[in-house]
Ligand binder design. Structure first.
Ligand code: DGL
Length: 281
């Protein structure tokens, strides 16, 4: 479905450049996962204000058809645009693969950055061992993902492991229980080889289970990487290019919102940010 080009809300369009700089940077994800990208963005741009929206009421996105993911993504983005933002991070690999192209066509000239599985850096540092990409079933099924793999894999032994149900551990705050290793037994073990060298976390929820995964692998030779820092830096670069970075120092404000009525989502978001030493202001 092709969408019409959208003008930004009038209030944003009429703003002076100076006032636009003061707007928050919008973040979206299907739930709490995008907080892993937000954490890197706050570290890169501590003076900026951030408005994060997690669509936990509709999570997971990663097992839905593409059109549905697109629709859900647009709903969230429209909300953020109405509130007034100066740039957007689609902090969800699934939403990026299903909707970022359409978003860019719909909001031309607006800084939009999406996240993709960090395949390029994994291949660049590869020393001949296996690369395993963990991502949602929808991310892996998308044409965009297949093209990404074909573009960068070269001669590497790269395999993609769909992980339905893994993001739920983060959404449900089940980070320390006994079920995670069981999940890895069922969904990851068969991909592991003695020469496995890198695991790419291709879903923004997964960095929050990185420590448990490390514990499970019990092998310091396996590097676990994700695209959150690269995405945060790209966002900064795009905002700078557009003259939208806030000037001056001082700490910015973080606003976190969620579509779920479950009051625990706020507390879980706070906990995930505090794990990275970021207090919610
Ligand atoms: N956090 C999302 C991603 O990066 C997806 C989780 C989901 O909703 O399935 O892919």
């Amino acid at each position: 479905m092709k969408r019409k080009k959208q003008m930004l809300p009038k209030t944003t369009m009429k703003m002076s450049d100076n006032n636009k700089q003061k707007l928050p940077i919008g973040f979206m994800d299907s739930g709490l996962g995008g907080l892993s990208v937000l954490i890197e963005a706050v570290k890169e741009m501590p003076g900026e204000d951030f408005l994060y929206f997690g669509d936990s009421a509709n999570a997971p996105y990663g097992v839905r058809p593409q059109e549905e993911i697109k629709k859900l993504t647009f709903n969230v983005v429209e909300k953020l645009m109405e509130r007034g933002i100066k740039g957007l991070a689609v902090a969800c690999n699934t939403a990026t693969s299903a909707a970022v192209r359409s978003l860019r066509e719909t909001y031309p000239d607006f800084p939009i950055v999406g996240i993709e599985p960090a395949i390029k850096p994994a291949v660049e540092s590869n020393r001949g061992g296996r690369i395993i990409v963990l991502a949602t079933p929808m991310t892996i099924a998308q044409e965009k993902y297949k093209k990404l793999v074909e573009k960068y894999r070269g001669g590497t032994d790269l395999v993609s492991a769909a992980c339905p149900g893994l993001m739920e551990f983060v959404e449900e705050g089940d980070l320390n229980g006994p079920d995670l290793p069981k999940y890895f037994d069922e969904h990851l073990k068969s991909y592991l080889t003695p020469d496995t060298e890198t695991i790419v976390l291709g879903c923004t929820h997964y960095p929050f289970i990185k420590e448990r995964l490390k514990e499970y692998l019990n092998n310091d030779n396996i590097e676990i990487i994700d695209g959150s820092l690269g995405t945060a830096r790209e966002l900064k670069r795009r905002l700078k290019e557009a003259g939208l970075l806030k000037e001056g120092s001082g700490k910015g404000k973080i606003t976190i919102e969620n579509s779920s009525e479950n009051p625990a989502m706020g507390e879980r978001s706070r906990l995930l940010l505090s794990m990275a030493g970021i207090s919610w202001r």
